[in-house]
Design a protein around this ligand. Structure first.
Ligand code: GAR
Length: 205
């Protein structure tokens, strides 16, 4: 695990990347309201300027950045713009929280060990999109969520924490997603706190 530079009160400054609703961002922000939480949110970055989660950040007085892909000629240039926001905010670690854009390899490699993601499945099962519908289509009995370190392979990084939920007979993708999301909101702050305090990730099976 990298040595994180903390701010004056011993907390790691973090940036949270979102693309939409921002309920996981809100859960992280609520956890960070506790002065004993070992991280502090210094930036909420969204690649969608109309993301609902930005309102939560603004209400909380958290700095926001909204670079948009269309303003840059290449993905690398866009990644560099996002990274410049993170660096300018003084963030030491990035939490992807419903950030629905794939970051380029160079960006990911520069932040390896310092970038976390939350993914709504029990990885290595159901990497990618539509995890809840795919679990239902397979007749899975159990589903869940994973917090993991981000590596260049999509959703392939080492695991920090997982939470499991049952799949019920009458579940739809929406009811299953809601059951998983409730777990996400405690798992992500817990996993983040454990990681900056020194918890070791484990490889995906
Ligand atoms: C969450 O369920 C998160 O796990 C998922 O998007 C949702 C965002 O909700 N992330 C992914 O699917 C990443 N591949 P939120 O904006 O309310 O946190």
């Amino acid at each position: 695990m990298p040595d994180f530079v903390t701010d004056a009160d011993g907390r790691v400054p973090i940036a949270v990347f979102i693309s939409g609703r921002g309920s996981n961002f809100a859960a992280l922000a609520e956890a960070a309201d506790d002065a004993a939480f070992p991280a502090r949110i210094v930036l909420c970055l969204s690649d969608k300027p109309d993301a609902k989660g930005l309102d939560i950040a603004r209400q909380r007085g958290i700095a926001v950045a909204t670079p948009t892909r269309a303003d840059y000629e290449s993905r690398d240039a866009f990644d560099a713009a996002m990274e410049a926001e993170v660096v300018a905010a003084g963030a030491q670690l990035i939490c992807l929280a419903g950030f629905m854009r794939i970051l380029g390899r160079a960006f990911v490699e520069r932040w390896e060990g310092r970038m976390l993601n939350i993914h709504p499945s029990l990885l290595p099962a159901y990497r990618g999109l539509d995890t809840h519908a795919r679990a239902l289509a397979d007749g899975a009995r159990e589903h869940g969520v994973t917090v993991h370190l981000v590596t260049p392979g999509l959703d392939e990084g080492p695991i920090l924490a997982q939470a499991r939920v049952p799949v019920l007979a009458d579940d739809t993708a929406e009811t299953l997603a809601a059951r998983v999301l409730a777990e996400e909101h405690t798992l992500y702050p817990d996993a983040l706190a454990a990681y900056v305090r020194g918890a070791e990730p484990r490889p995906q099976g």
